[in-house]
Design a protein around this ligand. Structure first.
Ligand SMILES: [Zn+2]
Length: 155
């Protein structure tokens, strides 16, 4: 099986909430694609409820793009402790941190309908929780986000 870089991260040595440059790839034409972890909860000490992380996905998809150029994708981690983000280029970590903070402030203040929530637009449109998504955004902001260095597992 191919090596997956996130399995090399020592998940006991990180301090959430944080942003972390998880990987950098180059296309055959030489363009960079950066992959970031946007971690909201400390690994193995809790998980965001499925409905709440689904709503975070819908809101961050738009709000992160408002604050950071060339976002390719923002999607939930299967462990439900945060999001993955792929972005074209090599934005510096501090810029990603500021964009994530701004997007979380937007989420925490979001008091309109969740975008993309209909049977036509979403694969599970009944499964959303705006109040919980806002609380998770607020909690991460209150805890203070930082840039996390990668600490590799010692195997
Ligand atoms: Zn959806």
């Amino acid at each position: 099986m191919a090596n997956v870089e996130s399995f090399d991260l020592d998940h006991t040595k990180v301090h959430a909430p944080y942003v972390r440059l998880a990987g950098l790839k180059r296309t055959p034409h030489g363009d960079a694609i950066s992959k970031y972890d946007l971690r909201l909860l400390q690994p193995n000490q809790g998980a965001i409820e499925p409905a709440a992380i689904h709503t975070l996905e819908h809101l961050l998809a738009g709000y992160l793009r408002d604050h950071l150029d060339h976002v390719v994708d923002v999607s939930p981690m299967g462990c439900r402790t945060g999001m993955y983000m792929a972005v074209i280029g090599e934005p510096d970590e501090t810029g990603v941190l500021q964009a994530f903070e701004s997007a979380l402030q937007d989420v925490a203040a979001h008091d309109r309908p969740i975008p993309g929530v209909s049977e036509l637009e979403c694969g599970n449109y009944r499964d959303h929780d705006l109040a919980a998504a806002r609380e998770h955004a607020r909690a991460a902001l209150d805890a203070g986000l930082k840039v996390q260095e990668t600490v590799l597992l010692q195997r």
